[in-house]
Write a protein that binds this ligand. Structure first.
Ligand SMILES: C[S@@+](CC[C@H](N)C(=O)[O-])C[C@H]1O[C@@H](n2cnc3c(N)ncnc32)[C@H](O)[C@@H]1O
Length: 274
């Protein structure tokens, strides 16, 4: 648990003091640090299901797929952007919200000097897996819509293919702090969708408009192609919501496909806190 990230109690909002085995506020709300190193700061009242977020099966597939570094160009673009945004910030505090099993935050932390990082995801399984990537990152189970992070303390938020909770992001960011938001573009994994769905309608996908607390600094589309073998293709399918919608015959077709060339199409948008 990184003691340089200022955390707050998800129940009363008071400062959380970090001890070796737990986090605790003045009102004595206490949260144990799990043996893997993460802390669960998702009270039942903020949970809308028993095990919210991505499932273990999705996360194992995501980890196997991401560990092939097929999405390294995405990670590298985010790191390049983060380095520019943080160049005049001496001690950098970074929060990756919806961090999944931690692939992007691990890469970011190892590429940015002098930074303290927190990874947050609503999926306990994801956060548990993320711990094995870097013990010096604070890995926390929480919802993006009620973040256990002190107001006005974060320099950079990354939201990689995950929810942008505008109000909470505005609250935890310092004035002049940034969000790097990565979202899927219109042709993202289009070749996979063409196998899964009988009709693929062209949707023009762009990041949604954002509230008054932020100024949009840039919004750029990026594409590249990559070829997957059957194992990685099935992992890619399992880590997406398409997996839950696919018909049996289409899944069987995919499971027999020896390799497939796919398009990665994504937006990187940078927002600055006013
Ligand atoms: C598409 S995945 C992306 C994961 C990771 N950023 C990546 O790209 O590998 C979206 C993630 O958001 C998490 N998530 C969904 N709703 C959330 C919420 N309300 N608060 C925090 N995380 C959430 C899911 O558990 C999942 O890990």
């Amino acid at each position: 648990m990184n003691k340089s990230i200022d955390m707050i109690c998800p129940i009363c909002g008071d400062t959380l003091n970090i001890y070796d085995r737990n986090l605790s506020c003045l009102s004595n709300h206490t949260y144990d640090i799990a043996k893997q190193g993460y802390v669960n700061l998702l009270p039942v009242q903020n949970k809308h299901s028993l095990n919210p977020g991505d499932t273990k099966e999705m996360l194992l597939a995501r980890r196997s797929f991401l560990n092939t570094d097929t999405y390294l160009p995405i990670s590298q673009e985010v790191i390049k952007t983060a380095k520019i945004l943080l160049q005049s910030t001496p001690c950098r505090k970074i929060a990756d919200i919806g961090c999944g099993e931690g692939y992007y935050l691990e890469a970011l932390k190892h590429s940015i000097d002098n930074c303290d990082c927190i990874g947050v995801d609503i999926s306990k399984e994801g956060v548990r897996m993320a711990c094995s990537r870097d013990k010096d990152i604070s890995w926390v189970v929480s919802t993006a819509t009620c973040l256990p992070i002190e107001t006005n303390t974060i320099d950079l938020i990354t939201a990689m293919f995950s929810l942008v909770a505008e109000n909470e992001f505005a609250r935890i960011l310092k004035t002049g702090g940034h969000i790097i938001e990565v979202t899927a573009g219109s042709n993202h994994l289009i070749e996979l969708k063409q196998i899964i769905y009988d009709n693929v309608f062209h949707q023009s996908k762009k990041p949604a408009s954002i509230g008054d607390a932020f100024t949009e600094i840039s919004c750029d589309n990026h594409t590249f192609t990559f070829t997957l073998n059957n194992t990685d293709l099935v992992n890619l399918l399992k880590m997406t919501p398409h997996y839950w919608r696919i018909k049996k015959e289409h899944r069987e077709e995919l499971e027999k496909t020896p390799q497939l060339t796919l398009t990665a199409d994504y937006w990187i948008r940078v927002l600055r806190r006013k």
